[in-house]
Design a protein around this ligand. Sequence first.
Ligand code: GLN
Length: 314
Amino acid sequence: AGYRSTTPWSFSVTLRSGAAVATRTTLVTRERGRTIGSASMRDDGPMRSPLPDYLTEVLSVCSEGKGATSDHIPELKNADPDRFAISLVTAEGVTYSVGDDDTEFSIQSISKPFVYGLALEERGFERVLDAIGVEPSGEAFNEISLQRDTGRPLNPMINAGALTAHALVAENKTPEYRIRAIRDLLSSLAGRELEVDEDIAASELGASFRNVAIANLLRNYEIFPDDPDDIVAGYVGQCSVKVTTADLAMMAATLAGGGIQPRTGERIFSRSVVRQVLSVMATCGMYDAAGDWLSTVGIPAKSGISGGIIGILP
Ligand code: GLN
């Protein structure tokens, strides 16, 4: 499911179906472990999915405005905080969507699991695992969470690991080359051509002091051979790819389906890569709230500072 909100709500859906001519479906909404709503319906005759009504209910329960737009990237501060959507795509490509699901926003850190998958496909497990660990850092996304002796980033979901995954996609190439490769990947996952938001990219690049520092440390430890400024420029382009909530759900559904894009049928990731990506999403995808998320919601997920969250029920 792709889920966009400026509030840090979490939700889970339990779906129980009886197998008979008449089917009873019970949907339970939980927020931080507490049941906040449930709906039970009997479907006699032609099956009408209860999911649209259910998503509408979740949308209304969760749309009370709390939280704030991010000031981490100057341009993101101007985002409209009232935009809100929930999209759900099954591994077969059936889509249920409510709210502002066609509003575009920059993908930010939600790109990280997909680019990690691309690095694994391009460079192989040995090279990637040698450069990036798989341990939760328990720290914020932009902390300098590096292994003390080797300088190896703790995991690919924090910035240090994501900058490295970005670099591993292709060594000694230009930022434009890597942005193109990553944009192509994200477009295949979404099933439509995605573009980079150049205003967001310029705004982030002008304020990337911390990411430049992290990239320089990584270069110093010889985690990658490229120029650190090039890596940050490419990574910022990656984070600025524009998606909608409906796109994110479709991209996530490719992971739910073992690497096959549900609409086009294209195999984008091998099963072993999907397994690896989902594992690090489960343990590290929500940074210093990963344990809280896993114990209350319980599915691999990834957040981004532009307000989106994806979750996957493999
Ligand atoms: N582009 C942002 C950064 O690297 C992404 C951070 C995020 O979404 N958590 O700082």
